[in-house]
Design a protein around this ligand. Structure first.
Ligand SMILES: C[S@@+](CC[C@H](N)C(=O)[O-])C[C@H]1O[C@@H](n2cnc3c(N)ncnc32)[C@H](O)[C@@H]1O
Length: 318
């Protein structure tokens, strides 16, 4: 996606210094493969709260990364994972499971196709049996593979699958039913997802100036950088991505976070908002890990209940 050179050591250090100077306290590393630059990841962890997204093939070290959250990618069921990530040869999923067995830093980041197969639950269970938490993501068919991966199919079945997983394994799924509903429906309180409302856009990219002035909320600190770490790009998923079909979970999480005032009409709405924020802080390691795990089942149960309440059901119809 990026056609710029990687930052040199000096540029990397000056990037960290300038982010510290402007008050940055939280960094997400995704894109490329961070385990190939473990020293840099460690340096970031020494300076910021950190979430790192990795393919899981090469384990990230423990030393210096004890507090980091490690999101390990897996793509649907084993067959889909091998097809999309393993060139039908490599069992990346097995390797990642072995690398992160009982590692409390890990949340699996399971990218789902529009209609997850029955076997997908086995992959979820393998992650849970591995002693890790599980979160989700939804596949964008950017390479136009088509067929069962075509995102135009819509994600209603993926939404049902995630809700089923939350209901069956509430103490292990770090992903709320409300978040699931918002990302897969593309609606929040009657407002439709898209560039005009996405709040995770770089404040320092001049291309975003008119969006920042359109009256919708945005994260006033957010910047996404490419590998040169110099010029912010429009957002995490890049300048070319069509926002209408973007189902970036973190961007939708921000959308909810920035929409507090739309969740104050009744207790169910407010609970959904609080639960989403709690899950976010839990995944990111802001909340003590033990405490988060201890409360997860109850948070999920109440969040799912709130999503099924008549207030919310009404607000998502369009
Ligand atoms: C771009 S990857 C890079 C980090 C790392 N190399 C990895 O494989 O996880 C970061 C995350 O983006 C997700 N991702 C990549 N392409 C995607 C797509 N077309 N649709 C949805 N998610 C995607 C992956 O599942 C992965 O969890």
């Amino acid at each position: 996606m990026d056609h710029v050179a990687d930052a040199s050591e000096r540029e990397f250090e000056s990037f960290v210094a300038s982010e510290l100077a402007r008050g940055t306290n939280f960094v997400t590393v995704l894109g490329g493969e961070p385990s190939l630059a473990a020293e840099r990841v460690r340096y970031l962890a020494a300076n910021f709260r950190l979430v790192v997204v990795t393919n899981g093939l090469r384990p990230l070290p423990l030393a210096g990364l004890e507090q980091a959250t490690i999101a390990v990618s897996v793509w649907g069921d084993r067959r889909t994972d091998r097809r999309l990530r393993g060139y039908n040869r490599l069992d990346l999923f097995e390797r990642s499971l072995a690398n992160y067995r009982h590692d409390p830093r890990v949340v699996w980041y399971m990218t789902l196709p529009p209609s997850p197969s029955e076997e997908t639950e086995e992959s979820v269970l393998a992650c849970i049996d591995n002693g890790n938490l599980v979160g989700f993501n939804y596949y964008g068919d950017l390479d136009r593979v088509g067929g069962d991966l075509d995102h135009e199919i819509g994600f209603e079945r993926a939404r049902s699958f995630v809700d089923r997983m939350i209901a069956r394994y509430p103490g292990h799924i770090a992903f709320g039913s409300y978040l699931n509903t918002i990302v897969t429906s593309g609606y929040l309180k009657g407002s439709r997802w898209g560039y005009d409302v996405c709040g995770s856009i770089s404040i320092a990219d001049p291309a975003n100036a008119s969006r920042l002035a359109n009256g919708h909320s945005y994260n006033p600190h957010f910047n996404a950088y490419g590998p040169d770490l110099i010029k912010p790009r429009r957002c995490c998923v890049g300048n070319e991505r069509d926002c209408k079909t973007c189902r970036d979970v973190w961007a939708h999480m921000s959308w909810i976070a920035l929409s507090l005032e739309h969740h104050l009409d009744n207790a169910s709405d407010f609970y959904s908002w609080v639960a989403t924020i709690y899950l976010f802080y839990g995944v990111c390691g802001v909340i003590d890990r033990q405490e988060f795990r201890g409360r997860l089942a109850e948070i999920n149960r109440r969040d799912s209940e709130a999503v099924r309440s008549p207030f919310l059901a009404a607000s998502h119809s369009h």
